[in-house]
Ligand binder design. Structure first.
Ligand SMILES: Nc1ncnc2c1ncn2[C@@H]1O[C@H](COP(=O)(O)OP(=O)(O)O)[C@@H](O)[C@H]1O
Ligand SMILES: [Mg+2]
Length: 250
């Protein structure tokens, strides 16, 4: 029997076929032109980035197997090893010595990405990374530009990517499952990733981008959810950002 599962995202669905070792991403943006543009971009960026990562130890990107641009467009790629990094961080202890290695690999991946494309890794977040604890490999995924990630103030590609990463991680930490957890390795990892770019990024611009990302993410859904992010969410995420800055992470 084949083992398949479907992960639903904002503008699409991802079908994971464990037996066949493949992943099919379907682009369901309501505007068909945008859906095709997203699928094309995913193929072009994934293919190029994979070439760049050839021979780079510990950082990877999926191999594209096929594409079909008829509606709805879909892209098929290899199933990469590892666990979604967000889920992995939820399981491990904040003092886990592996966090430093993961941070180094994330920094290397971002460094190469921004250098080769000359633009932000727009959806740079722990959810778009897989980590395989057996090999130590970090896989980077999802090169579509998410709604609201552009034009939110001046920033270099590095600053914009890091701002989005911080905004997404803060957003994630606001979920009830994390709120009273002192174990979460998210903050430690985030601090370590950003600290590695010290001297090359402007803290105020990263901070502005992080807040803009949080606003985008907290603005969907019902009234209760929106008001949670506007009030308690802003308060708590403000304390995360403060802790990051006090730790001289950026
Ligand atoms: N090639 C792949 N190998 C393994 N898991 C994958 C692969 N592509 C996607 N995934 C999993 O599916 C999730 C959603 O895929 P993603 O490309 O990020 O789509 P979305 O645009 O919906 O966020 C990822 O967070 C990851 O956990
Ligand atoms: Mg994604």
């Amino acid at each position: 029997m084949r083992s398949r599962r479907i992960i639903r995202g904002c503008d699409g669905a991802v079908e994971i076929d464990e037996t066949g070792g493949s992943v099919t991403k379907v682009y369901l943006h309501p505007d068909p032109e945008t859906a095709i543009r997203n699928a094309r971009r995913e193929v072009a960026y994934t293919t190029r980035f994979r070439e760049v990562l050839h021979g780079v130890e510990g950082v990877a990107c999926p191999r594209i197997i096929g594409q079909d641009l008829s509606a709805p467009p879909r892209v098929v790629m290899d199933l990469c090893p590892g666990e979604n990094l967000s889920a992995y961080l939820q399981r491990i202890d904040r003092a886990d010595p592996g966090v430093a290695q993961i941070a180094g690999r994330i920094r290397l991946g971002l460094e190469l990405y921004t250098r080769v494309f000359g633009e932000p890794y727009y959806d740079f977040c722990f959810n778009n990374m897989l980590f395989d604890p057996h090999s130590g490999t970090l896989t980077l995924l999802d090169f579509v530009v998410p709604a609201g990630s552009e034009d939110t103030g001046p920033a270099t590609p590095l600053e914009a990517s890091l701002g989005w990463l911080i905004g997404c991680a803060c957003y994630e930490l606001l979920r009830p499952v994390y709120l009273f957890s002192s174990r979460s390795a998210h903050l430690v990892l985030m601090r370590s990733v950003v600290a590695g770019f010290e001297g090359r990024i402007d803290a105020a611009r990263v901070n502005t981008r992080a807040r803009a990302a949080l606003t985008v993410m907290g603005s969907g859904g019902g009234r209760l959810r929106r008001s949670y992010y506007k009030t308690i969410g802003l308060l708590i995420s403000g304390s995360y950002l403060y802790r990051l800055r006090r730790a001289r992470a950026f």
